[in-house]
Ligand binder design. Structure first.
Ligand SMILES: [Zn+2]
Length: 467
C-alpha cells in the first residue's frame, strides 16, 4: 500500500469516525432536549390545539415500512403512558390571611409560606388545578379585604404559580366582588403570573374553553358558577361570567370535542355550603354533563368535602334510561357523546373543601389533594381513567404562639410533627389535626388513600425545619 492510498484510507476512517460521532452526539442531544422539555413544559397553552382538525395524536402504526415495500415487520404500537392531574379546593383569602401575608421588612405581601409544605406534592402533578375564590383587583379598587367582599393582593397569583398550580377557575360566587373592572384586572394579574384560568372573561372574543396540552393529550377546561351573590353584570357584559346552564355547558363540551379535545374537564362552583353530601341538582347535572362528553367534573363551593366517585358511562346510560327523567341531555340528543373502550370510566368530585382559608372548624380546615392518574392508549393516543387517589391535607390557622399562620400541610406530615418533641401546633389546630384523619377518610369511601411516608417525596417534605 503506498503512502497516498494509506492517507486516503486514514481520511476515510476519520470521516467515518466523525460521521459516527456526529450521529451519536445528535442522538444524545435530541434525547436530552426531549427529556428537558418534557419536564420543563408539562403544560403549555396557546388556547388553540396544535392541530385544529383534531388528528394531532395519530398512532405510530408502523405502516410506513410496508408502503415502502418491506412489509413484513409487525406494526410498532407504542406502550401506554400515564399522566396525573392534581386538583384542590377553594383558595380563600380571608382578612387574617391577608394580614399574615404582610412582610413588614419589605413592605410588601408574600403568601408563599402558606404553600411551602404542600408545594412538593403539588409539583408532582402534570396538571394542577384550583379554584381562586377572590378577585386580585389591585389595592386601588376599594383596598384589600376578606369576607364578605374579597380582594387579595395580586402577588397571590405568582405565589400559587410558584407553588405548582397551572390552572385556576375564576368562576365562583365572588367573581364580581370588585365589579367587572375587578374581574378584568384579576385576569390581567393572572396573565402576568402566567397562571392559566377560565370561567370569567374580559371580552366576548375570549373563549369559554381553555385549551392546553399535557403529556401529549389535548385537554379542554370549562368553569362555571351557580351565581355571584346577587351581584350582576351590566346588560352588555353578559359574556364576562360563565353561569351554570346545562344547555350552554353541553354546547361548550361538544364544541371542545369538535375542536379536538381528547379530555374535557368541567369545574363547577355549585352545591350548598357546609353540606357533606351532594344534592340532587349536583348529581343530575354531573350525569348530564358526563353523558354529554365531559370526562372529569371538579366541584367546589361547599367549603367541606363531598365524595368523589368514578362513574361508568354504560352503567350510567342503563341507569338513567330506566329513570328517563327528561334531563337536559335528552333535549340535546346530538350532543350525547359516545365513549368507547377504555374511555368509559369518568370521574366526579362533588366538593373538594377549602384548600386554604381562615374558616373555623376541623371540617372546613381539612381537605384533600385529589390525584387522578390517567393512562394514554399507545395505539390511539386517547386518554383514559386509571385511578383516583387522595392525600389528606389540613390548613393550620395559627402558630404555637397564636398568631395567624394559614399554612397548608399534608396531614400525614402534620401528624408526624404533632408526635414530635416540639409540635408547631397550638390551640384548635392541636386538637383538630388528630381528628381530621378519620374525618377525611370517611368522606371518601370510593377513593384510595395515598400515604407519603416511605415514598421519595417524604424526605423532601420532612427536610424543612419547623419555624
Ligand atoms: Zn363559593
Amino acid at each position: 500500500m503506498n503512502s497516498n492510498s494509506s492517507r486516503m484510507l486514514n481520511r476515510k476512517k476519520r470521516k467515518a469516525r466523525q460521521a459516527l460521532f456526529l450521529a451519536v452526539a445528535s442522538f444524545c442531544l435530541l434525547a436530552l432536549l426531549f427529556f428537558v422539555f418534557q419536564d420543563a413544559l408539562p403544560v403549555y397553552s396557546y388556547n388553540v390545539f396544535g392541530n385544529q382538525n383534531g388528528q394531532g395524536n395519530e398512532p405510530v402504526d408502523g405502516s410506513a415500512p410496508a408502503a415502502a415495500g418491506k412489509g413484513l415487520r409487525p406494526p410498532v404500537i407504542p406502550e401506554d403512558w400515564e399522566f396525573t392531574i392534581i386538583s384542590t379546593g377553594d383558595i380563600m383569602m380571608h382578612s387574617p390571611q391577608i394580614k399574615a401575608g404582610w412582610q413588614s421588612e419589605s413592605k410588601s405581601y408574600d403568601f408563599s409560606f402558606m404553600f411551602e409544605r404542600i408545594a412538593p406534592l403539588l409539583r408532582q402533578g402534570d396538571l394542577v388545578i384550583g379554584n381562586l375564590e377572590t378577585p386580585l383587583a389591585g389595592e386601588s379598587n376599594r383596598g384589600f379585604t376578606g369576607y364578605p367582599m374579597f380582594n387579595a393582593p395580586e402577588i397571590l397569583a405568582r405565589n400559587l404559580k410558584d407553588a405548582g398550580f397551572d390552572v385556576v377557575s375564576t368562576a365562583n360566587n365572588h367573581s364580581l366582588d370588585r365589579g367587572f373592572q375587578g374581574l378584568c384586572t384579576t385576569l390581567d394579574n393572572l396573565d402576568a403570573a402566567e397562571l392559566l384560568y377560565t370561567g370569567t372573561f374580559r371580552s366576548p372574543e375570549e373563549s369559554r374553553i381553555l385549551k392546553l396540552e399535557t403529556a401529549g393529550v389535548r385537554i379542554a377546561l370549562i368553569a362555571a358558577t351557580y351565581g355571584t351573590n346577587g351581584l350582576t353584570l351590566a346588560k352588555d357584559k353578559g359574556f364576562a361570567i360563565n353561569y351554570i346552564n346545562a344547555g350552554q355547558l353541553l354546547a361548550d363540551i361538544s364544541q371542545a370535542r369538535q375542536e379536538g379535545a381528547q379530555y374535557v374537564i368541567v369545574m363547577l362552583h355549585w352545591g350548598v355550603e357546609y353540606q357533606t353530601k351532594p344534592n340532587k341538582e349536583q348529581t343530575e347535572l354531573a350525569q348530564t354533563l358526563l353523558k354529554g362528553g365531559a370526562d372529569l367534573i371538579l366541584g367546589n363551593h361547599p367549603h367541606v368535602l363531598q365524595r368523589g366517585e368514578a362513574i361508568h358511562l354504560a352503567e350510567l346510560y342503563a341507569q338513567t334510561e330506566k329513570q328517563s327523567s327528561g334531563q337536559a341531555a335528552a333535549d340535546f340528543p346530538s350532543l350525547v357523546y359516545k365513549a368507547s373502550g377504555k374511555d368509559q370510566m369518568k370521574f366526579v368530585m362533588y366538593s373538594q373543601g377549602n384548600f386554604v382559608s381562615n374558616q373555623e372548624g376541623m371540617d372546613r380546615l381539612s381537605s384533600i389533594l385529589l390525584k387522578l392518574t390517567l393512562g394514554v392508549d399507545g395505539a390511539t393516543g386517547e386518554p383514559y381513567f386509571k385511578n383516583a387517589e387522595y392525600i389528606p391535607i389540613y390548613t393550620q390557622r395559627r402558630d404555637r404562639q397564636g398568631f395567624s399562620r394559614h399554612q397548608v400541610w399534608p396531614l400525614e406530615l402534620a401528624l408526624a410533627e404533632l408526635a414530635g418533641e416540639k409540635p408547631p401546633f397550638g390551640g384548635e389546630d392541636k386538637s383538630n389535626v388528630p381528628k381530621a384523619w378519620d374525618y377525611i377518610i370517611k368522606s371518601q369511601p370510593a377513593l384510595s388513600l395515598l400515604t407519603l411516608e416511605d415514598t421519595p417525596v417524604w424526605s423532601e417534605l420532612t427536610e424543612k425545619p419547623v419555624p
